[in-house]
Design a protein around this ligand. Sequence first.
Ligand SMILES: C[S@@+](CC[C@H](N)C(=O)[O-])C[C@H]1O[C@@H](n2cnc3c(N)ncnc32)[C@H](O)[C@@H]1O
Length: 212
Amino acid sequence: MTEADSHLRATADAYDAVAALYSELFRDALDDQPLDRASLAVFAELVRNAGGGRVAELGCGPGHVTAHLQNLGLDVFGTDLSPVMIDLARKAYPGLRFDVGSMDALDLADGELAGIVSWYSVIHTPPQELPRYFSEFRRVLAPGGHLLLAFFESEGDPVTVFDHKVTPAYRWPVGDLAALARRAGFTEVGRVLREPHETERFRHGRLLMRTQ
Ligand SMILES: C[S@@+](CC[C@H](N)C(=O)[O-])C[C@H]1O[C@@H](n2cnc3c(N)ncnc32)[C@H](O)[C@@H]1O
């Protein structure tokens, strides 16, 4: 097993173990976050205006963001490493499709997708692995396809590992993450920074990119 494989195994096991609690805690997370809903709404509008098509939420966890994207009029499905998360998502949203899989090796044809949302799912990916992930996103997106990334921002520090409650994660300088995506063939559309509220530790970043 390679180092990358054992990292994926450890991430899946960690999320399997907390999936029910995670789902309970975060199911309604978008309700009191207008800036987050706005980022998702902008993404959905851009995808629809570009002609629509299939959208993947990669690292969908218990599926509440996937369901929100469907409510915004998108033809969306979810994929996650954690079989327990996918089981919960299927039960909570029986009308939606959810698959177990890793976002660095998608079972999708070149150019098949109109959009990808990675909502706090690349946060666990070791930085040296991320260029490969972004190349895979680029491969499955059609020309003019959109990518929305949600992550923790590093507030002036270089990319930094932190003690995320489930399994270690990384905070990124928004500019470095944008540069990495540009090197994989994306163009930046825009970025949003949201300061933490009382129960949160870090600044949040949203980065909207598109393919040529
Ligand atoms: C912080 S949770 C976010 C879940 C959901 N998007 C949300 O906003 O609540 C991170 C999720 O990403 C998944 N994940 C991490 N690495 C992944 C990978 N390589 N492929 C697919 N899913 C992955 C984890 O299993 C976990 O469910």
